[in-house]
Design a protein around this ligand. Structure first.
Ligand SMILES: CC(C)(COP(=O)(O)OP(=O)(O)OC[C@H]1O[C@@H](n2cnc3c(N)ncnc32)[C@H](O)[C@@H]1OP(=O)(O)O)[C@@H](O)C(=O)NCCC(=O)NCCS
Length: 110
């Protein structure tokens, strides 16, 4: 299959709003943190995960918030959407369990 056909797209849409994206992301997060090396003093490793979404996508925003992500910042016109052209991105972050975003050296925009 090279593309999503209209019938399949309709079936796909019918599954929105049932908690599937939230459930999948919640399951994925501990796995990523387990296999991702912790941040080291030498600049290697990671203590947070960052997600970028379209700022107008309320469903994506809600999924991230339900999974514990917090808003970090907006970057301007950095995503070239195939039909909408250049779009802003909203970035969210979540810290490794046992750390905080501040400890992860995140600088929140005020
Ligand atoms: C974004 C997407 C992955 C979410 O998947 P999903 O399985 O529907 O998400 P969930 O059901 O886990 O959660 C969606 C949440 O957003 C909320 N939501 C959906 N549309 C909303 C809207 N227009 N305004 C506010 N909240 C909205 C739902 O009510 C739900 O929150 P709740 O549990 O508090 O009621 C899915 O809608 C999708 O694939 N959309 C098309 C592609 C897309 O938009 N990709 C992301 C690009 S940034």
């Amino acid at each position: 299959m090279t593309g999503l056909e209209s019938g399949q797209a309709a079936e796909y849409v019918n599954h929105f709003g049932k908690g599937y994206a939230t459930e999948a992301l919640r399951a994925l997060l501990p796995v990523v943190f387990e296999f991702m090396p912790r941040a080291g003093g030498d600049g290697t490793g990671f203590d947070y995960i960052e997600a970028g979404i379209d700022p107008e996508n309320q469903a994506s925003r809600r999924v991230l918030e339900k999974c514990g992500f917090t808003f970090y910042r907006v970057t301007k016109q950095d995503f070239n959407h195939p039909t909408k052209g250049l779009r802003d991105s909203a970035w969210y972050r979540i810290a490794r369990p046992g750390t905080t975003l501040e400890l992860s050296h995140v600088q929140h925009n005020t």
